[in-house]
Write a protein that binds this ligand. Sequence first.
Ligand code: HEM
Length: 412
Amino acid sequence: MTDTLATWGGWEPAIRDDPFAHFAGARARCPVQRVRLADGHPAWVVLGYDAARRALNDPRISKDMLAALQDNGDVVAEGLPGPEFSRHMLNVDPPDHTRLRRLVSRAFVPARIAALEPAIQAIAGNLLDELHAAGPGATVDLIEGYAYPLPFRVIGELLGIPAADRPRLHAWFQVLLTGRVGDPPPEAVEASDGIVAYLRELVDSKRQSPADDLVSVLVAAEDDALTTQELLSSLFQLVVAGHDTTASLIGNAVVALLDYPGQLEALLADPGQLPAAIDELIRFTAPVPHATFRVTAEAVTLAGVQIPAREQVLVCLGAANRDPGRFPAPDILNLGRDDGPNLGFGHGIHYCLGAPLARLEARVAFEELLGRHPGLRLAVDRDALAWAHGDGLVLRGLVSLPLVLGPSQQQR
Ligand code: HEM
């Protein structure tokens, strides 16, 4: 590379695992700046809170990367499973966005989400029973045994994926969602093909025998309101958006609480703080450190910096959520913080559709985990924790979280 642009993403492990000092340094230099991505493509990264909020809600900054790909080779490559499965709400602008979001929203009405609570409790309880069976002093992996399977099973319930099929799908997604940088390895292509074939079969089976689930709701709208391509893309996106994010939140939040024992103690003493605490844990631990890629449809000025038309824009939520101009003492976890909303679930028309579900899952996950195992502790040195997720852009989470849960306070 002959230019002097800073590289964004693909960081060395020390930065990738704990990127916040790096984000702060870059934000202090300029809240909006041109960078080069790890794959060599140029992009603009938005780091300041106000600029980020504005960027996420500016109709001149498009989400239609496919259209941009067609007439500009200088944008990020589409990941697996390829463009055919990319026609979902997070990749389109109005009016398509409005139509697709409205359809999928039918499964996210508050009553339907609230009705999932007993099922989520049962899933969390069963997973904790399995972990507890290893013995109170045993080392267990909270990611593999709890943080990951919990939201995966919940999204399975919501979509209507038969329980017997979930392990297969789970295994494919694990292959697909780790190590996504550069050319996909053959096992990722195989996993992607497996998921796509499975989703096609699932849709076929719901066409034959509809049930009370999201796949059936979308199948009923097929042809009239959405194409088969949009249907399959939406299902794929929902599974992806609906589990790794929440899994990362649960794992990251446990580490943050163990890093701040006083705050953990206060939470144990008053679990009623949990709903507000979850927002602060999202702000502080950035399970989704960047919003997905956008592209300027026309020139846009943000924080006094002009971004020309047809340029990629990457909004760094992790940096915006620690902007000292917006959150006093931003690098401190403060579960009692009362500074108003953060951008952890995004903002504007693409604001996370699953936020109420994610909040419910996280609340139940923590009520069950901390209620039963208030004495949980790390089983390895803090520095030995293994953080995951390839280029460090869209997801930030742990590969594993070895814990000793200690005695259970509540035996089922
Ligand atoms: C802690 C967990 C989660 C976090 C931090 C999170 C974060 C986000 C963010 C930042 C966006 C906006 C992306 C952008 O503008 O580029 C988003 C969008 C979205 N999320 Fe989530 N999410 C979480 C959980 C979920 C769950 C559980 C579901 C569904 C089951 C879900 C479904 C979606 C959907 C459908 C969109 C696209 C909305 C649109 O384009 O209109 N998310 N999420």
